[in-house]
Design a protein around this ligand. Structure first.
Ligand code: XBP
Ligand code: MG
Length: 253
């Protein structure tokens, strides 16, 4: 009898490839709207992703890539205002259906749900972004599929700190051995491993070269029966897409 009771999902890069054509574009639209000549290129954004959290990322950009900008006296509220505008633009993009789920995401989550697995989200992103993605790309009632949506500023420290995963498990009254995490980035797996969680990785364009030591498996995506995944490291036991049986085998509980 498997001890696996819950699947904990990262959002950005895991459920959907949201960063390059989603968040990055939304940031740039907010900067333009504010009359700022800041333009985050795909290359620069890849560097800025070292810092999780949009507000924290803007501050990192000013501290490390735009030191010539004369910050206003109330820098925190200035950044908060930019980030609120960015979130508005991002939610508009999601509402227009601009960002689809990654391969296998709806299939695996539906299978897990039908099998009675408990589901949660553990993400650094803003809560509104989660509901907009799930309701527009997964199903109108998809928010109800997840017992806990642990997102954004609900914890003091964002990934790579383990806080968001620990918070989700505490809310579910589960221990790490009863759960498994799904991530896409080095910051993400540092958070999940430090929370004691076995972790399944699906890389994306920004994270392909990240360090995923100690992941149970590293895939290019979760796959579909007619669209097999590639195993970048680990053992899929001959499977060609990620299903609940493979998740349970990787969990090993
Ligand atoms: C990814 C992040 C987020 C997004 C931007 O979160 O680090 O900050 O890049 O979203 P995860 P916000 O991979 O944990 O889902 O601007 O709302 O932070
Ligand atoms: Mg992620």
């Amino acid at each position: 009898m498997s001890t696996l009771k819950a699947l904990l999902f990262d959002v950005d890069g895991t459920l959907a490839d949201t960063e390059r054509d989603g968040h990055r574009v939304a940031f740039n639209r907010a900067f333009a709207e504010a009359g700022l000549d800041w333009e985050w290129s795909e290359e620069l954004y890849g560097k800025l992703l070292a810092v999780t959290g949009g507000k924290e990322r803007i501050r990192y950009y000013l501290d490390s890539f735009n030191t010539g900008f004369a910050p206003p006296a109330e820098l925190d509220s200035f950044i908060a205002g930019l980030h609120q505008a960015k979130t508005r633009h991002y939610v508009e993009m999601l509402s227009s259906g601009a960002i689809p789920l990654r391969p296998g995401v709806k299939r695996l989550i539906s299978e897990a749900r039908e099998a009675g697995m408990r589901l949660a989200v553990a993400t650094t992103t803003t809560p509104e972004n989660v509901s907009a993605l799930l309701e527009n790309a997964m199903a109108p009632d998809a928010m109800d599929w997840f017992e806990v949506i642990a997102a954004g500023d609900v914890v003091p420290a964002k990934k790579p700190a383990p806080d968001i995963y620990t918070y989700a498990m505490q809310r579910m009254r589960l221990g790490p051995k009863e759960c498994i995490a799904f991530e896409d980035s080095h910051n993400g797996i540092r958070a999940s491993l430090d929370a004691g969680l076995k972790t399944i990785i699906a890389v994306n364009g920004y994270t392909r070269d990240d360090d995923f030591s100690d992941a149970e498996i590293v895939l290019d995506h979760w796959g579909e029966p007619e669209y097999p995944f590639s195993v970048l490291s680990g053992d899929a036991g001959g499977a060609s897409y990620l299903d609940l049986a493979l998740v349970k085998r990787l969990h090993g509980g």
